[in-house]
Design a protein around this ligand. Structure first.
Ligand code: CAA
Length: 382
């Protein structure tokens, strides 16, 4: 019998600030229902000057280490689209903040919003070879577009950390997966830009095409019948996209798929906004926290990263998952509201560069703080 491997624990963190999208709509003369209903978004997390992907990622991971210890972790994967250095991985910064053992590899993975799923699969491979080890995966991103564009209300920020382990308490990941890679210019971020370049309509089509291709590959490789998948968790750049994905799968398979099979997964992303690599796993956090009937059920996951890579995979929820709920809602409730003017100021100041030393004072109530640039290198405070 093969050892079950999957997600043993999972934890979410987000920023200290939040913008109500009704305020953004009022400031830009847009009907607020366009954001609330048309995009399925209510709020977006806004990072303070002392926050970045490393501080959010470490904050997400810390509770997991406090619950399970550090001794078995020999690998830290950090998945992100919004890397803070072209060479040094965000994983190395997080490794120090989290006081992980030196005998641990620390690596960053990138493929737009998809890389956390590559980290999950690589982690499963490592644990399969050495079932005594655990792999810590951190997915953390800040979604930034130009202001006054159609993409502006789909920004956001957040991190999800999860522990890959044998005999997982939360979700056993099944071995059959479907994958698809297609070279498409739907969304990307050139090295000299802090904001993403996006062809919004093309990105929606590319996502849906990637989904059906990954689904077809999954089925061709012996994946479960659609009727044997009780819940779905789709990548959510904005939560209405999950509705589009769900509808596409129903059309593609010719099977009626009621909305209650995915809707609970949108609860956190509606309030956090896009968190790129973390978004799919924030969907899982919301599903595990909000759905009381998951024990033994199979969840279908659609991971999509523009550019593009898609993966469809499944996991079966453990019998005692309700004992492991983490209540990420409190994190969202703790954010401090900011005005549109303050959010825009923070957005404009996001690119510090590295040529001048800058000291950043602690400002938000985050557990770890970005402290600025000294000697061209990034500094952090615990
Ligand atoms: N009340 C209710 N609904 C309204 C409305 C109102 N007053 N006004 C408009 N709407 C609806 C529209 O009918 C439309 O609905 P449908 O999608 O069902 O047609 C929806 O609101 C969006 O409106 P528009 O069609 O006018 O679209 P837009 O110009 O506002 O752009 C967008 C939307 C393309 C998603 C844009 O926000 C964008 O570019 N976002 C970033 C890219 C993105 O997230 N792409 C997703 C796939 S790529 C991916 O997944 C990777 C990733 O994470 C980035």
């Amino acid at each position: 019998m093969t050892t079950p491997i999957g997600i043993h624990d999972l934890s979410l963190a987000t920023t200290g600030y939040v913008l109500d999208l009704a305020d953004l709509a009022a400031a830009t003369g847009v009907d607020p229902d366009k954001y609330r209903i048309g995009l399925g978004q209510d709020e977006m997390s806004v990072p303070g000057p002392d926050e970045d992907i490393v501080t959010m990622g470490a904050a997400a991971a810390l509770p997991i280490l406090e619950r399970h210890g550090r001794d078995r972790i020999r690998t830290l994967f950090f998945a992100t689209e919004s890397g803070v250095d072209q060479s040094k991985s965000a994983a190395v910064f997080a490794h120090r903040l989290l006081e992980l053992p030196a005998a641990c590899r620390a690596v960053e993975l990138k493929q737009a919003c998809y890389a956390a799923t590559a980290a999950l699969q690589a982690g499963i491979g490592i644990v399969a070879r050495n079932p005594g080890e655990q792999v810590l995966v951190i997915a953390s991103d800040i979604a930034r577009y130009e202001v006054d564009t159609a993409a502006e209300p789909t920004q956001g920020a957040g991190a999800v950390a999860f522990l890959v382990s044998a005999d997982p308490a939360l979700v056993e990941i099944e071995p059959v997966v479907g994958v698809d890679t297609a070279d498409v210019d739907d969304f990307w971020r050139p090295n000299d830009s802090v904001t993403a370049v996006v062809d919004g309509k093309l990105s929606i089509d590319a996502y849906l095409d990637g989904f059906t291709a990954a689904w077809d590959d999954y089925r061709a490789r012996g994946g479960a019948d659609i009727d044997a998948i009780g819940r779905f968790c789709h990548h959510q750049p904005f939560t209405r996209m999950a509705a589009k994905a769900h509808r596409r799968l129903a059309e593609h398979t010719g099977v009626d798929l009621p909305a209650d099979r995915y809707e609970t997964s949108t609860a956190y992303n509606r309030r956090m906004g896009n968190s790129y690599t973390a978004s799919l796993y924030a969907g899982l956090a919301a599903l595990l926290d909000g759905d009381d009937n998951l024990a033994g059920r199979r969840i279908g996951f659609l991971s999509y990263g523009s550019g593009s890579v898609s993966e469809f995979f499944t996991g079966v929820v453990g019998p005692d998952y309700r004992e492991h709920r983490r209540g990420a809602q409190a994190q969202l409730d703790a954010r401090e509201p900011v005005s549109v003017a303050r959010y825009r100021e923070l957005h404009a100041a996001a690119h510090l560069g590295s040529t001048h030393d800058v000291e950043i004072a602690p400002e938000t109530r985050t557990r770890f703080h970005f402290a600025g640039i000294r000697g061209r290198a990034r500094r952090y405070r615990s």
